[in-house]
Design a protein around this ligand. Structure first.
Ligand SMILES: [Zn+2]
Length: 162
């Protein structure tokens, strides 16, 4: 269980909030109560708790300190995390410090971006892309995920009836 926290500045009112890396639900600003952009780091030993057990969908940014395109894509992802605050968690993984995650997800190049929901990878993209492309990538994955969850709910209802 990680009790680690990070400081996130509220984009709405500027209040600095101490936010846990892992928690149920989604953090809100202690001052104005708007949803906060949830941007945290994870490594091999914290990924399960920080990313896989998270309630909101998670954008995973597998990046490296020496990678130029990573430095371009990070602010783009942070912008998405602000725009979609409450609906997404952004988890950044430094691949050089997370060898188990790199091999588990077969990361061949950085940045590798993934969308995880309840531990399942629902979308994946290698390489940097502009904000409008990544916004559409995220929103399309969310729509597909919602359709899949509807179908799973219907299937289980039918299972109960038969
Ligand atoms: Zn606020």
């Amino acid at each position: 269980m990680t009790n680690a926290t990070t400081i996130i500045r509220c984009p709405n009112c500027g209040h600095k909030n101490r936010v846990p890396l892992a928690a149920a639900g989604h953090p809100r600003c202690g001052n104005c109560h708007n949803a906060l952009p949830w941007i945290v780091d994870a490594l091999d030993d914290t990924f399960a708790e920080v990313a896989e057990k998270a309630d909101p969908p998670v954008i995973v940014d597998m990046w490296a300190t020496w990678c130029g395109p990573c430095r371009m894509v990070s602010p783009v992802l942070e912008r998405l995390a602000v725009e979609r605050a409450g609906d997404v968690k952004l988890v950044k993984v430094d691949v050089d410090r997370a060898p188990r995650l790199s091999s588990r997800f077969g990361v061949q190049a950085v940045p590798t971006l993934m969308i995880l929901h309840h531990g399942a990878v629902i979308a994946r993209q290698a390489g940097a892309a502009p904000v409008d492309v990544l916004r559409r990538w995220f929103d399309d994955a969310m729509e597909k995920d919602a359709r899949d969850e509807d179908r799973a709910a219907r299937d289980s209802e039918q299972g109960h009836r038969s």
